[in-house]
Design a binder for this molecule. Sequence first.
Ligand SMILES: C[S@@+](CC[C@H](N)C(=O)[O-])C[C@H]1O[C@@H](n2cnc3c(N)ncnc32)[C@H](O)[C@@H]1O
Length: 625
Amino acid sequence: MFVDQGGLPDAEKRAREALSRSGVTLLGADQAEWRRGVAAERYEGRLELTWTNKPLRLLADEDGAYEWVPPADYRVAEVRLLDDAGTVGQTRSGRSRARGNLLIRGDALNALTSLAELPEFARELVGKVRLVYLDPPFNTQQSFLHYDDALEHSVWLTMMRDRLLQVKKLLSDEGSVWVHCDDSEQAYLKVMMDEVFGRESFVASVVWENFYGRSNAAAISNSHNYLLVYSPLGKDWRYARNLQPRDERSRSKYRNPDEDPRGLWRNGPIFASEERHEGLMYSVTTPSGRVVQPPKGSHWRMKRAEFDRMVADGRITFGDDGDNAPAVKLFLNEVQDGLVPRSWWPHTEVGHSQEGKREVQALFPGELPFGTPKPERLLARIIEVSSNAGDIVLDCFQGSGTTAAVAHKMGRRWVGVERSADTLDTYAIPRLMKVVEGTDAGGVTETVSWEGGGGFRLLEVAPSMFEQDQGVVVLADWATNSKLSEATAAQLHFTYAPDAPFVGLKGRTRLAVIDGLVSEDVVRVLAAACADEERLIVCGTAVDPLAGKLLRELRRGSTVRKIPASILEEYRQARWSPVAAEAEGPPDVRTSAVVHEPGEAADYGTGEMPDVEAPGATQRAKGVS
Ligand SMILES: C[S@@+](CC[C@H](N)C(=O)[O-])C[C@H]1O[C@@H](n2cnc3c(N)ncnc32)[C@H](O)[C@@H]1O
């Protein structure tokens, strides 16, 4: 009945074989029905991870809790400003602040969104971060001294997904993301990361021996954490990553017992698995007269002529007395200049959890120890394998600042984010100050020959530009005059660059922000100040209905917009699908928070747009199951 079965999916092949075995021949409608059944079976369900409230987003509260909110809620859709909060050591000044090392206080999602969306930072960081190392709370359902680690699974997954989606925008083509976790969430995190980055982007899961003791209380004493590694290059990341320097143990395997002038060597394999008969199954007689053939199920790695040439060149050894099976001599100066990283990282190579704690305790002997610092050797290995001097390293769960400290010592640029002001003030900032001053003698300081230097800039995620007043969203008190202009420019993706009477220029479109009424007179003045061919977006806290019409007549494609209503409306209309966010490409300009292109713009400028209602009651997420 079935002629060609080539290329059929397994399920259909199996169904056809079963049908043949049954001896039944289906004709006409029956055959069509059978096909529909097979097809239905083949396409029923799909491989996916789903969880409670997956399409929603989470609002991070100051106290570390999260609230479920719709994606259009201004509190998650807004692009926050990053305010200067000080500098340490040598930093770049003025508008090039995005080019230096940055330590940001605030929630990771707000900070990452700002880095990816504010033009000042996006120019320096989008598609340019070489290494992202994330050490989030593992969701162990414990409470640590400096942070809680007990979220409901769906909350944890959403929290991580939303931050990883932002991370993805910042990652360079050759970059890699390393997420540190343990068995609490590893399996779910892996599937979720497959969804965010694509399964083909998975590189490896590294197992770190973080604890070498034995817990008698446990059914099986846990001694490892995971590092899930993804790269846009997937398995081809092997061409981008670095080799590990050859350590003494690996070097000591090379000796030179026969004083070969080519130097140190060790035995290398001469047989490969499977019998292959293309001139690769010959016999060899050793100097002692013994006949050697490939062991069963294997073949010589080279043809006979090549073998003889290598013998003549002294590249084959038969052991001290000439009676061993032959082996290839691998010379140290001919093998690749380093070791391919393995997925098993024992504590002897990269330290363990206690080592991390001791390092932080040595820096702050009078302080209560930070709960979960990672050892500097672990970060040094990750940074060494995945980045080069001058590359940008990002960690948005800074904790005590290990990533930034090691990145700094190893000559990388770094960006760190931490939510807890207390953790920053007590550990990360003073630790990094010591690194800059060259007074942190611990960790990898000696190994990497660090003596101090450089500096970093402290930034703070600014508060929202909106507030709620009796259920209505209004501009926050601080959002006046130049701050209003800066925050509005951020939402419309303009670089804030005051050039009176304008505050930004994007392509050939000028932005003006008026903290007051946009009248016909205002529009006339602004339109006159534009160069030929330039268009204009005028935002005002109040708008004369005639002003928008006049502006369109004076400057084709220009718009007047009332704030905050027009910005909030854009958040509301923006399509945001967490999983499809990347696959779908950039959101539709007509409905997104991205500024409308002149000429196509929706005009919210007539002033009749109602004030937007505050988001409705939101479900408190912490502890919700
Ligand atoms: C496991 S610790 C990181 C430890 C760090 N790798 C070290 O070596 O010190 C996790 C850190 O993430 C911070 N954190 C948790 N949720 C955050 C969020 N949403 N945004 C920013 N930081 C967050 C916690 O305050 C805590 O300091």
